[in-house]
Design a protein around this ligand. Structure first.
Ligand SMILES: CC(C)=CCC/C(C)=C/CC/C(C)=C/CC/C(C)=C/COC[C@@H](COP(=O)(O)O)OC/C=C(\C)CC/C=C(\C)CC/C=C(\C)CCC=C(C)C
Ligand SMILES: Nc1ccn([C@@H]2O[C@H](COP(=O)(O)OP(=O)(O)OP(=O)(O)O)[C@@H](O)[C@H]2O)c(=O)n1
Ligand SMILES: [Mg+2]
Length: 181
């Protein structure tokens, strides 16, 4: 695979894991998943992880995977994407995994004394990637292992932090987030 095909495949395959983060920001808020509970004097997760945001993110990512399948032939082939269409369980795994990874990162951030919204460079950019790849591999092992070959994984790990910084900057500029990370 040439570099362009590797990058296009990484972006294409990760879209159902990227968009949940955006959807959660747009639809987030409401009752926190941890119900306000604390552990060791600090919140379990914090008010940044809500049921509505998690549900919206999971739905948006899964729906996007199915939408991408609908345009798979003309778009993926043109972009040089080397991946099979998303099995619905792969879309679900990517989307739910992104949310679970982000929730896990919030748990760790609270345990290390970071308040809600505090930056944790590296973790903030890759938490949802770990969750998405883990759940996609769990739910759809054949598709995930065939799609996320080593070269594509390297592209995901390199590109995602850049995308995360840019889109968080856009969200902050648009007033959608209180901090640009
Ligand atoms: C191109 C297609 C098919 C879909 C793109 C769908 C889409 C919604 C793009 C919007 C990206 C954007 C500019 C959003 C800004 C506004 C917003 C709602 C931001 C809020 O989210 C910020 C942040 C929150 O995450 P956090 O909780 O962890 O802090 O979101 C994190 C961002 C990412 C995880 C990465 C986002 C990247 C994308 C949404 C995809 C970018 C799309 C491409 C690079 C093109 C796809 C290329 C190919 C070859 C398919
Ligand atoms: N499962 C989720 C994830 C995100 N969000 C919404 O998206 C915003 C941005 O998400 P993120 O940056 O991950 O949360 P933070 O507020 O920074 O909280 P934390 O410090 O726990 O990351 C959150 O404030 C929240 O409004 C949500 O409601 N539910
Ligand atoms: Mg944050």
């Amino acid at each position: 695979m040439d570099v362009l095909a590797i990058v296009a495949t990484a972006l294409w395959a990760m879209l159902p894991a990227y968009v949940p983060n955006n959807a959660a920001v747009l639809a987030g808020g409401g009752r926190p998943i941890d119900g306000g509970r604390s552990w060791g004097g600090r919140r379990l997760l914090g008010d940044g992880k809500t049921w509505r945001g998690t549900a919206a993110g999971t739905l948006a990512g899964t729906a996007l995977a199915l939408a991408l399948n609908a345009v798979y032939e003309p778009v993926a082939a043109t972009l040089g994407v080397v991946a099979d269409p998303f099995p619905v369980v792969a879309g679900l795994g990517l989307a739910l995994g992104a949310m679970v990874g982000d929730i896990g990162a919030s748990f760790l951030k609270r345990r290390t004394g970071r308040e809600r919204g505090a930056a944790f460079p590296g973790l903030d950019q890759l938490d949802f990637v770990v969750g998405a790849l883990a759940l996609a591999t769990l739910f759809a092992p054949e598709w995930a292992l065939a799609t996320f070959r080593p070269s594509v994984l390297v592209a995901v790990v390199v590109i995602t932090p850049l995308l995360h910084v840019v889109t968080n900057g856009i969200a902050y500029a648009l007033g959608l987030k209180d901090e640009p990370w």
